[in-house]
Design a protein around this ligand. Structure first.
Ligand code: PMP
Length: 428
């Protein structure tokens, strides 16, 4: 698989859309979980922002590992162990090609975005950020890109700065630029907001950050499922994503970082696999990626992630982005036409997320709406989506969030709109 060059999750303008179309029926047929009734209704799954459904090919990869070459990796001389090691390392190669990482050993398997960010906070950042330094995040971060930095700031005496967004959910780039200074050592920002759907201008953000000498970590959790991502083109220094949001198992994800920065961070977890030599007097450490992968990895998860990324890539990442842009526009129109629906997150540059509240439903909480939708077989997420500061900004307890993936179709959004209308009738 050749590295791709497209810069980010794009396109969203209809003029950019490729003319070729995906066969959504055939894609849906590959997702076993879609073939079920929920509360007597065909499942309409609009919660892929929380976790995606899995194609059969990914499930098969897990079954094949556990039922076949189920062995531990890296130190085994026996055949099964060597097979498992080959599969794990092939998955790493898939990841490298998928995100356009310059070096294979820069791709570290972690549990997900949360662990990847904590790893950077406890290694490179812990060693290179000190008293008086600043870390700049945005006001639309997931808690996993807030709390580890707060904890680090407390430990090292640095200050956390926050760039605001406007009422549409668009990042205020003037404020962002003004908050950067020679004190800024790190910018940690979400590429696509899980609460608002906003696609941030990350290439410009990276350039501005680098101009003051800051490193940049991008949270790609909600970007990777929706279209092509290339870390070299983005120009960032660290990139993290979670497998479970991109058709792979839970408990596996990727941290990519520039080799020099990962090496300068040194080890984090100590234990097996991350060492070169251990004595009671002193231990010496292995090279990347082993340096940052202590202990038995999530072997099946990594193999499943490889299968998932190959499956998604074979569909065509640009076609996925175009399909979802069409769904987003369609769903937005449907929801806007419903009296009482207020969309939260209306950036002109958006991906995959339809968040809303129902004005005028007396005392109704988003979770009431979620439960009524569930009765119709429509799965959405409700609440603050681990982005409490975003909800505070809008003065709401949470939103109802429908989030899209490649296997959704317009019928899913028709079902959502019908369910919302029914919920409004019942709650008003
Ligand atoms: N960042 C964003 C933007 C997310 O959407 C999520 C998951 N909702 C995370 C980080 C955390 O991912 P995980 O729980 O897989 O570590």
């Amino acid at each position: 698989m050749a590295p791709r060059s497209a810069p980010a999750v794009q396109p969203t303008r209809t003029t950019d859309l490729p003319t070729q179309r995906l066969d959504i029926q055939s894609i849906r047929a590959q997702i076993p979980a879609l073939a079920q009734l929920v509360n007597g209704k065909p499942l309409v799954y609009l919660d892929s922002g929380a976790t995606s459904l899995k194609p059969q090919i990914v499930i098969d990869a897990l079954v094949d590992y556990y039922g076949g070459c189920c062995a531990n990796v890296h130190r085994g001389v026996h055949t099964l162990s060597q097979r498992a090691t080959t599969l794990l390392e092939q998955a790493r190669e898939t990841v490298q090609a998928y995100i356009g990482a310059p070096e294979l050993h820069e791709c570290i398997f972690v549990r997900g975005v949360t662990e990847g960010i904590n790893l950077v906070a406890n290694t490179w950042a812990q060693r290179h950020i000190g008293p008086g330094d600043e870390i700049l995040i945005t006001a639309m971060e997931h808690h996993s890109n807030i709390v580890p930095w707060q904890m680090l700031c407390e430990r090292v005496g640095a200050t956390l700065k926050v760039a605001p967004f406007d009422t549409r959910g668009v990042l205020d780039m003037d404020a962002f630029a003004a908050l950067l200074s020679s004190r800024t050592k790190l910018v940690a920002a979400v590429q696509v907001s899980n609460a608002l759907g906003t696609i941030n201008p990350v290439v410009e953000m990276v350039q501005l950050a680098h101009a003051v000498g800051a490193k940049v970590l991008l949270d790609g959790a909600q970007a990777v499922p929706h279209g092509p991502v290339n870390v070299a083109a983005l120009g960032c220094d660290f990139y993290v994503f979670s497998g479970h949001k991109v058709f792979a198992p839970t408990g596996i994800g990727v941290l990519w970082g520039r080799r020099a920065l990962l090496e300068a961070g040194g080890p984090w977890h100590g234990g097996g696999d991350m060492i070169r030599r251990v004595t009671f007097e002193k231990s010496t450490y292995a090279e990347l990626p082993a340096l940052l992968e202590a202990g038995t990895p999530h072997i099946a998860g990594a193999i499943g992630l490889g299968a998932a990324l190959r499956w998604q890539s074979a569909l065509g990442l640009d076609l996925i982005a175009a399909h979802e842009a069409d769904l987003l526009a369609y769903g937005t129109r449907l929801l806007e036409e419903i009296d009482g629906v207020r969309l939260i997150g209306t950036s002109p540059n958006k991906a995959g997320v339809l968040g809303f509240v129902l004005d005028g439903t007396i005392g109704a909480h988003p979770s009431d709406v979620g439960m009524l939708l569930d009765q119709q077989g429509v799965a959405v997420r409700t609440g603050h989506h681990c982005a409490e500061p975003v909800m505070d900004f809008f003065g709401i307890p949470g939103t109802v969030r429908a989030s899209l993936a490649v296997y959704n179709n317009r019928g899913d959004l028709d079902a959502l709109a019908a369910g919302v209308q029914k919920a409004i009738r019942l709650l008003s």
